[in-house]
Design a binder for this molecule. Structure first.
Ligand code: GLN
Length: 189
């Protein structure tokens, strides 16, 4: 099994390392081209800057091929900026992939200096959650399951093959959310 990490900008190396720490037998593949994309069974869209990532997705001709793969059922996990790119609606902006039935508001937890770490339940696992200029999920559609909350607001959601977290599990030493994503891929195969 190969897990791809979109490698245009953002926390790419951290995700690749985490995937390898889940199981050495799983391939962790940086994805920059359509050929890279063809080799992976699931894709992580990392945190970074969603406006930059979106431009680069266009420049690297990856936007449409990735959207098609996700729509065809490939498991995908967006962290932070990745969540923004997957969302159906982004306050004040045009959406990007528009495949996940949630609305988001960018930078809604404040500026860089307001970044914080908290703890909470993710689908029955108690984990650390690192928030860095994170978006808020302001609406969750009927087919979307909330996997984690912070102060009563959703911070991790899942809709079938699409997982999204407002926080950054790759910034911790705990690979259980990466394992959860690998299980999503495995159970699909
Ligand atoms: N603030 C960024 C954005 O709006 C997301 C930050 C992150 O991915 N850590 O795109």
């Amino acid at each position: 099994m190969n897990v791809g990490v979109l490698a245009l900008q953002g926390s790419v190396a951290e995700h690749l390392k985490m995937i390898q720490s889940v199981n050495k037998k799983i391939g962790a593949v940086p994805v920059r081209t359509i050929d890279d994309l063809a080799t992976v069974d699931g894709l992580i869209i990392p945190g970074g800057e969603s406006t930059t990532l979106r431009r680069l997705l266009d420049d690297f001709n990856l936007l449409v091929p990735i959207k098609e793969r996700i729509a065809a059922g490939m498991p995908v996990w967006g962290t932070c900026a990745g969540l923004i790119l997957l969302a159906n609606r982004v306050e004040g902006e045009l959406p990007c992939f528009s495949l996940l039935d949630v609305d988001v508001k960018r930078n809604a937890y404040g500026r860089q200096i307001d970044s914080f770490v908290t703890e909470g339940d993710f689908d029955g696992m108690y984990i650390n959650m690192v928030f860095i200029r994170a978006p808020k999920v302001t609406r969750v559609g009927d087919g979307v399951k909330v996997l984690a909350e912070h102060n009563g607001e959703p911070v991790a959601v899942r809709q079938n093959n699409i997982l999204a977290t407002a926080f950054h599990p790759e910034m911790t030493r705990d690979s259980r959310v990466h394992r959860y994503f690998c299980n999503m891929i495995e159970s699909k195969e």
